[in-house]
Design a protein around this ligand. Structure first.
Ligand code: HEM
Length: 506
């Protein structure tokens, strides 16, 4: 009976798909950029290996097809941008056209029907929410207010490496850095401090985060073939999404309840949930409901943890592969900081070479190598080609960082290229866009970049780092998905560096 049902449904789907295919021929009248030839109905989907490094694969295709490359993924028309000039056209010149986001099943569900900042399409609600959150959650004032939390957590991590691992056991830096950034986010965003059941809570957050990322990376048929959504039900994807949504919703609701019923003294620092709850009660232009707050919390949880941790893992990987640069950055940090014992945030401005090392890492290993996809709000001409409304645009920051038109010896790790150069990652230099740019550029950039600089400077200041015994190199394999993590954990030996100093704990 079930197989008859599936056959009948398939036949109906194919009928609709063929109808849809006729629409593609209509679309073919648009003068689209070149791209690899696709198959009827599925387009180029079969050519994309979602289990590999997709940005690298797209970069190699773009060398053949050019910096604007068409791809058809089922019924979705996409374009991949692989040069700084084309990225500028999309993110600056035509930002208002390309500043929407596609409506994808996982993102829509986990953002409570587009009530967040990261995945909502461009509209009045998104504009107001983003403005409000930028002002109240991500401003420099807020970043500075959370400075004591960042310093305390980074210094705790350094102390724990000294006591638990130094000179003997391998330090799993990938794991420690994830713990660091989730501790920071738990404190600044959720107001959670260490307690007896804090470890269970951390495990829970880690699990939720992994589930959430899996849902964002999950292939939903309905996103590419509107009439085949029933396959998502049959293969269990919709069930997993519902379950993940329910688990996350329970977590946010508990957080909100704890904050509503807390007897926190008035003079205690507000966390992000406090700020959002206060905004809900205020006469702000945007009317926040609990669903809006939960959707924004999802962005903070996702945006705030893995991005900074993964960046530091890549910096340390590249430094271990380039020992001369490691020595140079250690020399800079140790001579600037002397025997103070810790690098504090107000020391960071002195560390010019360290900043160059981080920029070079952003160039070679942008954490979101294809940024977050955008969708055009109207028809637009780009590089002489015509993009229909609702074209999905992937900006390949990975490819741009390796473009010989922008970079000399692009394959070489050479932080010196940034010394004395005005190129920065803040979104105005399109050859280096790890945080994106324009209206949808990352609002958490200052928060993320400061955490990266503080953690890295203390790691290279406090320890000499060595490969594990018997190891001659470290691999650079990345995981598939939106975030390009290092596939294998980074494990190193840490030797405590003696500054001949007093240790300060503040
Ligand atoms: C090293 C750290 C980080 C990196 C590399 C990074 C990277 C990015 C990138 C590439 C985008 C997409 C930009 C675009 O489409 O043009 C983005 C968006 C976003 N990021 Fe970050 N991010 C980091 C840290 C953070 C932090 C700490 C937060 C918040 C706590 C955050 C929250 C967001 C949000 C809400 C968006 C969506 C913006 C929108 O669509 O309007 N990010 N980030």
């Amino acid at each position: 009976m079930i197989s008859y049902l599936i056959i009948a449904l398939s036949a109906i789907s194919v009928f609709f798909l063929l109808n849809k295919f006729r629409c593609f021929n209509v679309k073919a009248h648009h003068h689209l950029p070149p791209g690899p030839p696709g198959l009827p109905v599925i387009g180029n989907l079969h050519q994309l290996d979602m289990t590999s490094n997709l940005s690298d694969h797209l970069w190699r295709l773009s060398i053949h097809y050019g910096p604007l490359m068409s791809l058809r993924l089922g019924h979705v028309q996409s374009v991949v941008v692989s040069s700084a000039e084309m990225a500028k056209q999309v993110l600056k010149t035509n930002d208002l056209v390309f500043c929407s986001r596609p409506l994808l099943t996982g993102q829509q569900k986990l953002s409570y029907g587009n009530k967040d900042i990261a995945f909502s399409p461009y509209d009045d609600y998104w504009r107001e929410t983003r403005k409000t959150c930028t002002l109240h959650l991500f401003s420099m004032k807020q970043v500075n207010a959370f400075r004591p939390v960042r310093e305390e957590e980074v210094f705790d991590m350094i102390d724990s490496i000294k006591t638990r691992f130094a000179n003997k056991n391998a330090v799993n830096l990938s794991e420690l850095l994830m713990i660091l950034t989730s501790n920071i986010i738990c404190r600044v965003a959720f107001g959670k401090r260490s307690s007896s059941d804090y470890n269970d809570e951390k495990q829970r957050i880690k699990r939720l985060l992994l589930q959430c990322q899996a849902m964002f990376a999950c292939f939903f048929y309905r996103d590419h073939f509107p009439f085949m959504g029933w396959l998502d039900i049959l293969n269990g994807s919709m069930g997993r999404l519902e379950k993940n949504f329910k688990d996350l919703d329970e977590f946010y609701q508990e957080l909100i309840d704890e904050h509503l019923h807390s007897n926190k003294p008035n003079n205690m620092q507000e966390d992000m949930v406090d700020i959002l709850l206060k905004l809900k009660e205020s006469d702000s232009t945007v009317e926040l409901t609990y669903d809006h707050i939960k959707a924004v919390l999802m962005n903070i949880l996702l945006g705030g943890t893995e991005t900074s941790a993964t960046t530091v893992v890549w910096v340390m990987t590249l430094l271990m592969k380039n020992p001369e640069s490691l020595k140079k950055v250690q020399h800079e940090v140790r001579s600037e900081i002397g025997n103070k014992g810790r690098v504090h945030e107000d020391d960071l401005y002195k560390l010019k070479y360290l900043k160059a090392v981080i920029k070079e890492t952003y160039r070679l290993h942008p954490i979101a190598p294809l940024l977050v996809p955008r969708e055009s709000r109207e028809r637009c001409v780009l590089g002489g080609y015509e993009m229909p409304k609702k074209t999905i645009v992937h900006v390949n920051a990975w490819a741009i960082g390796r473009d010989p038109e922008c970079w000399e010896r692009p394959e070489v790790f050479e932080p010196e290229r940034f010394m004395g150069s005005s190129i920065d990652y803040k979104g105005n230099d399109y050859e280096l866009i790890p945080f994106g740019s324009g209206r949808r550029g990352c609002p958490g950039m200052s928060l993320g970049a400061t955490t990266v600089e503080l953690a890295l400077s203390n790691l290279v200041y406090s320890f000499d780092w060595e490969l594990l015994e018997g190891m001659s190199d470290i691999d650079s394999l990345t995981t598939p998905g939106t975030i390009a993590r290092k596939k294998n954990d980074l494990r190193l030996v840490a030797k405590v560096y003696n500054h001949g100093c007093r240790m300060s704990s503040s």
